[in-house]
Design a protein around this ligand. Structure first.
Ligand code: GAR
Length: 185
């Protein structure tokens, strides 16, 4: 599979550290230079940066080319919306990990939004990527309690601890079924 990242890459690191016969990472692609790319390079995994362009359609086409022909694509902290050209090629075998219990708090500020709403339980969701923003079919979820005194950073860090385990669990359960992924958890 190919992993898409935009930032720290701590989820990617856990994915790399737990590779076994059930999955292998063949490439890591990012929209900018980031720690995730450095982590991949340090692990000897091929990397490519496809810098975000004004023309989103063209950028999506370049992203498709960079990703190549894997069985699956995992968006692990990739902070860009995947467009039509990308989904035409990879829908059904692209999954995303999101730091909230979808369908609550989609988007780029899920942890902040959940705190602002005052929820007492939030968590982690792994889902298929479709044309909406975090709207694809849910594969797996785990709850995380909000604690008194939590701020965005402390809550996000506890969610990430759960996310790192959950994404590996999902990847280990994933099977290639034609052009799609079948994941039975
Ligand atoms: C994770 O919490 C992931 O769910 C989130 O970015 C973080 C990446 O952490 N993704 C989104 O919010 C996508 N909307 P990392 O860079 O340390 O792996």
């Amino acid at each position: 599979m190919v992993v898409l990242v935009s930032g720290t890459g701590s989820l990617l690191q856990n994915i790399l550290d737990h590779q076994d016969d059930s999955y292998r990472v063949v490439k890591v692609v990012a929209d900018k230079e980031c720690q995730g790319i450095e982590r991949a390079a340090a692990a000897g995994i091929p990397t490519e940066v496809v810098a975000l362009a004004e023309d989103r359609e063209e950028w999506n086409h370049r992203l498709v080319t960079a990703v190549g022909s894997p069985d699956a694509v995992v968006s692990a902290g990739f902070m860009r919306i995947l467009g039509a050209a990308f989904l035409e090629r990879f829908e059904g075998r692209t999954i995303n990990t999101h730091p909230a219990l979808l369908p609550a708090f989609p988007g780029a500020h899920a942890v902040r939004d959940a705190l602002a709403y005052g929820v007492k339980v939030t968590g982690s969701t792994v889902h298929f990527v479709d044309a909406g923003v975090d709207t694809g079919r849910i594969i797996a979820q785990r709850p995380v309690m909000v604690e008194r005194g939590d701020d965005e950073a402390s809550l996000h860090e506890r969610i990430k601890v759960v996310e790192r385990k959950l994404i590996v669990e999902v990847l280990r359960a994933a099977r290639v079924d034609g052009d799609a992924l079948s994941i039975d958890l």
